[in-house]
Design a protein around this ligand. Structure first.
Ligand code: F6P
Length: 543
């Protein structure tokens, strides 16, 4: 691997992207009658269909050339060997240990990460069993019926997204509420109708220093103390954190703290004790299946040839779209309402991981990195922003996610969802010329002048890329596998872009400034600011 061979591989991708035919997709099907079979890759029932992208055989070769000269194989090995892939924080990224199979050994530096993770998993299982069985109760002796999970970012987005997905159809063992934003109305909303005596409160914070979580945890503590007295805190609070000193200071009993290690990044932490709320709400078996699904993807990513490797293919397709074709946005559409928060989860996963402007060694990056990730569940998205994706001048690649079978009993509704997902992908690919649109209108008997006027408005350019991800069931196993697919996609892209996907220094600056401004808004001190900021502070001062 030499710098010049890597740069040559990037240049080739850019050159292919600059060709006049770089965006053509429909012609690729004529060139290769077996394109669909060639561009569909599966792991068991999970299939990724890349045929509706403009990845031609030349582009494919160039992308795999980049993977080879960048030593993607070596990166995979270092990741799973617990090497310091997070170089700015001198840590491994070993969240995979929390979903490892029995007997498997994964190291994080010198630590047997799997032994640690299995011990944690067993403690979590026993805790969940005792809460569900009613042997662990609130301070007044009542069983817990609700769990309030307090956390933000990775300590909220993954757990809340998965909990919702796993309980929407099946129902909840414990009703789960999630409090993330430091906004008084959020607290009011999330505690409305709750009985403190029956509410278990989880404070999920890797660092246990996050200001929003600390503020919300203190409000929740007061809520418990006001209703049940100071002595109730021990019975009602649980902490999920790497910072045992801070959890102790907050007053959470040692046996109610589920610690984890800093080789689990916040946005990769739903598999660790941070996922306790999932198990409490959806049941231990579901949580176990979730981990099993993610583990299946880990093994696939670690072992499959690059050419057949789903996270690698997803990552390379993204590289083509960003660095070959210049896309700055990427849309994710789960055709499953249970995954309605999946795009929000992916926003943190992808943008906090790869939204970086310097390389691992600190030099400015030479090319674009992470696109803007956005999405909504289908079909809702069709009735809001899909207009732009079909007809706007910007070409925005889309990931469609669809299960073959419904998780509800409404097979008819699922058929409608499926038809819409397939139709959207077809419309993006095939488009419709103005002539076709005009002919269709004329056939309905429309006035020819009106038809000619409307034709360009009702034409679709087509040749718009999408990736179709499908699987039999989006059950706990399927969801675990899907999340891990994207996690590894992100790691592969970070490696190829040469950025550290596992740190998040970009969020620190604003946090530090907020601390000073908070003091000013409370009237304590005055700092130097730019004139615009000073004006805002003056407006809000003493409000
Ligand atoms: O916003 C930055 C961040 O550090 C995220 O990476 C993290 O998921 C979130 O804050 C919450 O952090 P913690 O779990 O330490 O409270």
């Amino acid at each position: 691997m030499t710098v010049s061979s890597i740069e040559a591989a990037w240049d080739r991708i850019a050159a292919l992207g600059a060709r006049a035919d770089a965006r053509q997709i429909n012609t690729l099907f004529y060139d290769d009658p077996n394109r669909v079979e060639r561009m569909r890759v599966s792991l068991d029932d999970l299939t990724i269909d890349l045929s509706k992208t403009s990845i031609s055989p030349d582009v494919r070769e160039a992308l795999f050339d980049l993977a080879r000269v960048s030593d993607l194989d070596g990166f995979r090995r270092r990741l799973f060997a617990g090497g310091e892939v997070n170089n700015t924080e001198a840590r491994a990224a070993m969240h995979m240990a929390h979903r490892a199979a029995p007997g498997e050994v994964l190291m994080a530096g010198d630590e047997d990460a799997t032994a640690f993770a299995w011990e944690r998993r067993e403690r979590m299982r026993l805790f969940v069993r005792d809460v569900h069985g009613g042997t662990l109760r609130g301070a007044t002796g009542l069983p817990f019926t609700t769990v309030l999970s307090i956390g933000i970012g990775g300590s909220d987005l993954g757990p809340s997204m998965v909990t919702e997905a796993l309980t929407m159809a099946e129902g909840e063992r414990l009703e789960a509420r999630f409090l993330s934003n430091v906004d008084g109305t959020a607290f009011v909303r999330e505690t409305r109708g709750l009985d403190p005596a029956r509410t278990l409160i989880l404070v999920a914070s890797k660092s246990f220093t996050t200001a929003e979580t600390a503020a919300n945890a203190h409000v929740a503590r007061k809520w418990i103390v006001d209703a049940l007295g100071e002595d109730a805190v021990g019975a009602h609070f649980v902490a999920l954190s790497t910072n045992l000193h801070a959890t102790n200071e907050f007053g959470i009993l040692r046996e109610r703290v589920f610690g984890f290690r800093n080789w689990v990044g916040g946005r990769f932490s739903l598999w660790s004790p941070v996922g306790l709320v999932i198990a409490l709400a959806a049941g231990w078996d579901q949580f176990d299946r979730l981990l099993a699904g993610a583990h299946a993807m880990d093994r696939h990513f670690a072992e499959a040839d690059l050419e057949q490797n789903l996270p690698v293919l997803m990552a390379l397709a993204g590289i083509w779209h960003v660095n070959g074709l210049g896309s700055t946005a990427h849309c994710v559409l789960p055709y499953d309402d249970r995954l309605r928060r999946f795009p929000a989860f992916l926003q943190q996963l992808e943008m906090e991981s790869n939204g970086k402007g310097v390389t691992r060694e600190g030099a400015p990056v030479k090319r674009m990195t992470c696109p803007v990730i956005f999405g909504e569940p289908g079909t809702n998205a069709q009735h809001s922003f899909m207009q732009m994706i079909h007809q706007g001048p910007a070409v925005i690649p889309v990931d469609f996610i669809l299960a073959h079978f419904a998780m509800s009993h409404r097979a008819d509704a699922h058929r409608m969802l499926s038809a819409n997902a397939i139709a959207q992908a077809e419309a993006l690919l095939c488009g419709k010329t103005a002539v076709q649109a005009e002919m269709e209108m004329l056939q309905t008997g429309m006035d020819p002048v009106q038809a000619a006027f409307l034709a360009p408005h009702r034409a679709f350019p087509g040749d718009r890329p999408s990736i179709f991800i499908s699987m039999e069931h989006l059950d706990a196993y399927g969801i675990g596998r899907l999340i891990a697919l994207y996690e590894h996609k992100v790691a592969v892209q970070g490696h190829l872009w040469d950025v550290n996907s596992f740190d998040q220094w970009g969020v620190e600056f604003g946090k530090a400034l907020a601390t000073g401004i908070l003091a000013e808004l409370s009237g304590d001190r005055v700092y130097d600011h730019d004139p615009s900021t000073s004006a805002l502070i003056a407006t809000l001062h003493d409000v």
